[in-house]
Write a protein that binds this ligand. Structure first.
Ligand SMILES: N[C@@H](CCC(=O)N[C@@H](CS)C(=O)NCC(=O)O)C(=O)O
Length: 211
C-alpha cells in the first residue's frame, strides 16, 4: 500500500512551510519512501471519518500497509525503524536517536512555543521567565553541538525533528543569538530532502490559494 500522509489543502501564509506534515514529508524524503498526500480542509477535519484517523482533527496523520498513526514525532520514529537513513540499525545508536527526538519535542519545543505565543501584553516577569527557560535549553543544546555537525555524528531523525523545532525560533530573532544552533539548522535545512519536502508542502498552497 502506498504511504498516505494527511496535510492541509491551504493554510494562511504565516503557517505555510511550518505545518507539521513537513516533518513526515522530510523523513519520507530522507528515507526515499514514496508517499501520497491526502489534502484536507476544515470540513474533513471535523468529520467522524477523519477523527478515526486523527482524533484531534489535526495534521499530519499517517498510514502504510501495516500501521495507522498520528503525532508527527511518533510517525518519524516509526519511519526511523524502517530506514537506516533516519537512524542506525544497532540498538544503542537507535536509542540515541529516540532520545533526541523526544528531547526536541519535550525539552525544547514547549519552551519555544511559549516564546512564540507570548502575547504582547503578557506580564514582564512571565515574559522573562519564559525567555530564561528557553535560553537555558538553547545554551545547553548549543554546548552539545559545539564542534559537532549533528547531534550524534551523522544526520538522523533526531536532527530532523530538532531542526523543525529550532526553525520556528528564526523569525522572533531568538535563534540568531545562538550561532552554533543557527548554523546547525541551516546545515540540516540545506539537505535536498528538506527542500523536496518543503516544495511538496507549498505546492498545494499555491494551487489552492484563495482568489
Ligand atoms: N503534536 C501534534 C501537533 C499537530 C498540530 O499541531 N497540527 C496542526 C498543524 S501544524 C493542526 O493540525 N492544527 C489545526 C488544528 O489544531 O485544528 C503533531 O506533532 O503531530
Amino acid at each position: 500500500m502506498t504511504i498516505e500522509v494527511s496535510a492541509f489543502r491551504w493554510v494562511p501564509p504565516f503557517a505555510q512551510g511550518y505545518v507539521r506534515d513537513l516533518r513526515v514529508r522530510w523523513a519520507l524524503e530522507e528515507a526515499a519512501l514514496p508517499y501520497e498526500a491526502t489534502l484536507i480542509d476544515g470540513t474533513v477535519q471535523k468529520s467522524a471519518a477523519y477523527r478515526e484517523w486523527q482524533p484531534f482533527g489535526q495534521v499530519p496523520a499517517y498510514k502504510d500497509g501495516d500501521v495507522e498513526m498520528f503525532e508527527s514525532g511518533a510517525i518519524v520514529l516509526h519511519l526511523a525503524t524502517r530506514s537506516e537513513a533516519l537512524a542506525p540499525r544497532d540498538a544503542a545508536g537507535h536509542a540515541r536517536v529516540t532520545t533526541w527526538v523526544i528531547a526536541a519535542l519535550n525539552s525544547i519545543e514547549p519552551f519555544a512555543h511559549n516564546q512564540i505565543h507570548l502575547e504582547a501584553d503578557a506580564g514582564a516577569a512571565w515574559k522573562e521567565q519564559v525567555g530564561t527557560s528557553l535560553d537555558r535549553r538553547l545554551a545547553a543544546l548549543s554546548a552539545w553541538l559545539d564542534g559537532k555537525e549533528y547531534l550524534e555524528g551523522r544526520f538522523t531523525a533526531g536532527d530532523l525533528i530538532m531542526t523543525t523545532v529550532l526553525r520556528e525560533l528564526v523569525d522572533c530573532g531568538t535563534l540568531a543569538r545562538y550561532p552554533i544552533l543557527d548554523a546547525y539548522r541551516q546545515r540540516c535545512e540545506a539537505r535536498p530532502a528538506f527542500g523536496r519536502a518543503m516544495e511538496a508542502q507549498m505546492r498545494p498552497f499555491r494551487e489552492n490559494a484563495p482568489a
